[in-house]
Design a protein around this ligand. Structure first.
Ligand code: FAD
Length: 287
């Protein structure tokens, strides 16, 4: 059985202390030999300087590719072009292209209202320079007109030039498999346009429920119930969360998932534990 690739996602921290800690987390996770790290971006440019700063810092620390996220909603083409040119100039060749969600109070979708427009624009502006990842939704994007329309939107993003898609997090493997098969049925070769599974380790019950409610991801009843029963018992949540996410990853690996992308929440554990226990890394952990 093929081992899937794996990658890690960070969000930009607010303080210098946070950057130092993130660099330490980067070093620890980088020892596992991931395919790349990605760094999120606040839509409308709300984290522009911080995202760029973290990308520069991490880029200098090793040869592992860094993939900045870039969003289009509310931004002008000129701003996005400048960012793309800058990333290209510092040796970035991988990007995660998103629409983003407008910060509250901000109106106007900008010149590129949807991610598909951004993908077209990146290809127009920089040709084949960047490997482009886009977002995919095994449980449907909350604003989509219908599930079919959402699947078609993903296909449009591939047709516009996206190389692969990273999914929103999910705990029901069947939803990922349904989306993968739906793409194949509609003529997408998922061995070329890869569907990377986004994996959210379970660390903290209230944060997880808040994220899931915000992005329309489903937390199955048995998970919600167990988390609620564990209350403040962080050790029990950690162990239960590890078991659930490990099992999810195993099912996906048995189904031939091409890659797993971990939403790390900027933490070493439990991401390191999952990658090691799933046998994804080629580095011996016994040394
Ligand atoms: P799109 O693909 O444009 O889709 C958005 C919605 O519009 C969907 O419902 C789609 O069906 C619908 N749609 C598309 N085209 C049309 C049309 N022509 N007419 C009507 N409806 C249409 N957000 C951030 O702000 N920063 C990040 O760094 C970030 N990273 C993310 C990473 C991953 C892997 C994922 C899965 C999400 C991430 N997000 C991030 C969240 C993302 O920005 C939101 O989910 C956002 O609401 C949609 O972005 P998208 O790129 O999927 O948009």
């Amino acid at each position: 059985m093929n081992k899937p690739n794996f990658s890690f996602e960070f969000f930009p921290t607010k303080t210098d202390d946070g950057v130092t800690k993130l660099s330490q987390t980067f070093d620890a996770l980088n020892e596992l030999s991931p395919a790349f790290f990605s760094v999120t971006y606040g839509a409308g440019g709300t984290t522009r300087e911080r995202t760029i700063g973290i990308v520069e810092t991490l880029q200098k620390r090793s040869n592992t590719p860094i993939a900045p996220h870039i969003s289009c909603i509310g931004d002008d083409k000129a701003v996005i072009a400048e960012l793309l040119d800058y990333y290209k100039s510092i040796g970035i060749n991988r990007i995660v292209a998103l629409r983003g969600d407008l910060p509250s109070g901000q109106v106007g979708m900008g010149e590129l209202p949807f991610a598909v427009d951004l993908v077209h624009f990146i290809r127009e502006h920089t040709g084949d320079h960047f490997h482009i990842e886009v977002a995919a939704y095994p449980e449907m994007h909350p604003q989509a007109r219908s599930f079919d329309a959402d699947i078609q939107n993903l296909i449009n993003k591939f047709n516009a030039g996206a190389n692969s898609a990273i999914t929103q997090f999910f705990y029901n493997a069947e939803s990922y498999l349904y989306l993968r098969d739906a793409l194949e049925k509609r003529g997408i070769d998922t061995s070329l346009n890869r569907l990377v599974a986004g994996i959210m380790p379970i660390i903290n019950s209230s944060n997880l429920i808040r994220f899931a409610d915000g992005c329309g991801a489903d937390i199955p009843r048995y998970i919600r119930r167990q988390l609620s029963d564990y209350g403040d018992d962080r050790k029990a949540i950690r162990e239960f969360g590890f078991e659930v996410v490990h099992r999810l990853c195993e099912i996906l690996i048995n189904e031939g998932v091409p890659a797993l992308h971990f939403y790390t929440m900027n933490r070493i554990e439990p991401n390191k534990r999952l990658v090691e226990s799933l046998g994804l890394t080629s580095i011996s952990t016994k040394a």
